[in-house]
Write a protein that binds this ligand. Structure first.
Ligand code: FE
Ligand code: FE
Length: 168
């Protein structure tokens, strides 16, 4: 693999923006499939609502690029590709509905945690570079990813408790 050159924080920030821009687009494609695969109505709704939120997050990134003075561009996010590829193994899984939903939630939470890590770094880079307006936009998305992660945790707990209650 070719060695990377990291000239400065500005360039790093720009590269990471393109990485998450691609990741969000991958997520936009994946969420409807997750929604279709989910058994619980609550989980379907969570995936549906997060897809709508993700559309707004892409628009927010468009604004960040604009304020940064660069065209919005995607650069393949290999990390997200791997996470989605792993999660997609459960899309047509057969077996116990609650257990499959638990697997889908675990896959989705891996994605959210990845996003939380990236947006946290990006926000910090933006602040260091003096782009406070961009840092604010990135923080808004970071908050949404954290809320989504919590919501998924609650759904996982509810699903597991339900299974315990039914004695399976
Ligand atoms: Fe996102
Ligand atoms: Fe997300």
């Amino acid at each position: 693999m070719a060695k990377k050159t990291v000239d400065d924080l500005r360039k790093l920030y720009h590269e990471e923006l393109q990485d998450i821009y691609d990741a969000e687009h991958q997520i936009l494609d994946a969420l409807p499939k997750m929604e279709k695969a989910a058994h619980s109505e609550d989980l379907k709704q969570a995936f549906r609502e997060h897809r709508e939120q993700t559309e707004e997050q892409v628009e927010r990134l468009d604004s960040v690029f604009e304020s940064f003075g660069e065209p919005a561009k995607r650069k393949t996010c290999k990390g997200m590709r791997g996470l989605i590829e792993e999660g997609s193994e459960y899309l047509d899984a057969k077996g116990d509905a609650d257990a499959i939903d638990a697997a889908l939630i675990a896959a989705a939470q891996r994605v959210e945690h990845y996003e939380i890590a990236v947006y946290g770094s990006l926000r910090t880079f933006a602040l260091a570079l003096g782009h406070e307006d961009q840092a604010e936009l990135l923080q808004e998305t970071l908050d949404e990813e954290e809320e989504t992660d919590e919501r998924l945790s609650e759904l996982a707990e509810a699903g597991i408790n339900q299974e315990a209650a039914s004695g399976e």
